[in-house]
Design a protein around this ligand. Structure first.
Ligand code: FAD
Length: 470
């Protein structure tokens, strides 16, 4: 047998100097030959740990074996049994913390590039032009409504429709996809890929109604009168602010607004699209997660001469995916660590001019094991910036809630952890609106779980009715 590479087969990508001036996707993906070479690195462990590392427990060695055998159709079919969004997860999942972390090859060498192989199969299927639909199930006669067309809602919708239920989906924005469309930039996740998955959902029979803000167009109680069950997958789109002096100055954005303008509303294609955005020359993004990396890299593409990340902990605690940090560094983003803004100062026209920062040191770990940042007294310093983006976190916007649905102290929806039902009968919830900001794959996990739970809720209700009748 030929000697396999100790490192991942590299994925070709746009050179950093070119890509900072366009919005095209950064990595090109594997060719079939590269994918097969990478798949051959898999040891096909008898007791594969990678499966347990995957939140949806994809049969990873199984689909990799199909790549080795060049049977890509079987590979993608196997993947899709557990995850209807492989092209998305292959691109944005934090594999280094999940499946790849458990890969035995990673003990001495680099783990198998599971995410890249997942992406390869999904892209291969798209290139074939024909997507295989599962056989149409027998109708149960039940109607379910899903509020929010993010990954949690999309997954729940797909599983419920395949179980024979009629599914309608209401989305507040003019495009479906949730964060995948309004948050994650085109250069990381091309929107055509998300729309491809949405198209699949429609082909399965799900009806999607755009520009429908539940809470304004219809209340949850009204939905419950029309449908047999409701699923709330409304995400966590309410941005946090620092609450320090000067935060209302012009030139200061929440990450949510900045990215929505740039991505969903295509400000990067101005004037073809008429969305204005401040194209700062010296831009600072506050935060250390994927959202912060996306903002800082977007700022570069919008023409910033300097794009800086200001993060209050050290590099080690940064929650962003390694690949995003690596790409940001390659593109010339400067990381200013262990510092946070204490105040913002404006010019005579109330535009941001200076950010007053304070240095931090790390203290004891918090409940999640991350070291607490502590301000160092007297360490304030000034930096000159014309644009600032706050990427410090989000929470759910629950303005639409009706009486009786309980929330937690973290302003997330309270659900039964087994059934994902809220405190209101027939109303279920999952994804970021329950967990707070998390990951795409976690939203998918709850989408799958909630579909089974709603299915069994509807069956039991029918079973009870049946018993009552006899
Ligand atoms: P969302 O994706 O937020 O979708 C919720 C949908 O509900 C939205 O479309 C919203 O418009 C709609 N909605 C809200 N209220 C209403 C209402 N009242 N009526 C109708 N519709 C409503 N995760 C990763 O795994 N990897 C990454 O690289 C990554 N990068 C990220 C980058 C950014 C910029 C952001 C913001 C998040 C990122 N995440 C990443 C996190 C991930 O995208 C989320 O955890 C995931 O999208 C949550 O899915 P969801 O379906 O719960 O909610």
């Amino acid at each position: 047998m030929a000697k396999v590479s100790p490192t991942k087969i590299p994925m070709r990508e746009q050179p950093a100097s070119e890509r900072v001036r366009n919005y095209d996707e950064v990595p090109y993906g594997y060719s079939p030959e590269e994918a097969i070479l990478e798949a051959q690195r898999c040891l096909m462990c008898k007791k594969p740990k990678c499966i347990a590392g995957c939140p949806v427990e994809i049969d990873i060695p199984g689909f990799i074996q199909h790549v080795v055998d060049e049977d890509f159709r079987e590979g993608i079919n196997l993947l899709k049994e557990k995850n209807i969004l492989p092209a998305i997860c292959g691109r944005v999942c934090p594999q280094e913390e999940q499946c790849e972390k458990e890969c035995i090859l990673g003990v001495k060498n680099e783990p198998v590039a599971i995410g890249r192989l997942e992406r390869f199969l999904a892209d291969w299927e798209a290139e074939q032009g024909e997507v295989q639909l599962p056989p149409k199930p027998k109708s149960t006669g039940k109607k379910i409504v899903i509020v929010g067309a993010g990954p949690a809602g999309i997954t729940a919708a797909a599983d419920l429709v395949r179980l024979g239920h009629k599914v309608d989906m209401f989305e507040a924005l003019h495009e479906p996809g949730g964060v995948l469309v309004y948050g994650i930039p085109e250069f990381r996740l091309p929107k055509s890929i998300v729309f491809r998955e949405i198209d699949y959902l429609k082909k399965l029979g799900v009806r999607i109604f755009m520009d429908h803000v539940i809470g304004m167009i219809k209340s949850i109680d009204e939905l419950l009168e029309e449908y047999d069950a409701v699923f709330l997958g409304t995400g966590a789109g309410l941005p946090w602010f620092l609450n320090v002096p000067g935060e209302n100055l012009n030139g200061i954005y929440s990450a949510n607004e900045y990215l929505t303008r740039a991505n969903l509303m295509k400000a990067y294609l101005f004037p073809k699209y008429k969305t204005p955005i401040v194209k700062g020359k010296r831009v600072v993004t506050v935060g250390g997660g994927n959202v912060a990396m996306d903002c800082a890299r977007t700022a570069l593409r919008l023409g910033a001469e300097k794009s800086i990340i200001l993060y209050r902990r050290s590099r080690q605690e940064m929650p962003a995916r390694n690949e995003e940090i690596h790409h940001a560094e390659e593109e010339g983003i400067i990381f200013k660590l262990l510092s946070t803004p204490a105040a913002f100062h404006g010019d005579e026209r109330n535009w941001l001019k200076q950010v007053e920062c304070i240095r931090m040191k790390l203290g004891e770990p918090d409940d999640e094991g991350r070291k607490q940042p502590i301000p160092i007294e007297g360490s304030e310093f000034l930096l000159e910036f014309d644009t600032l983006i706050l990427a410090i976190g989000e929470s759910p916007d629950l303005f639409f809630l009706s009486d009786g649905i309980e929330i937690t102290s973290r302003n997330t929806l309270k659900v039964n952890p087994i059934t994902l039902e809220t405190s209101s009968k027939g109303i279920f919830a999952g994804g970021d609106v329950v967990s707070g900001p998390a990951t795409v794959i976690e939203a998918i996990v709850t989408g799958k779980k909630v579909a089974l739970s709603i299915h069994s809720y509807l069956k039991n209700k029918r079973a009870i009715n049946y018993q009552n009748k006899t």
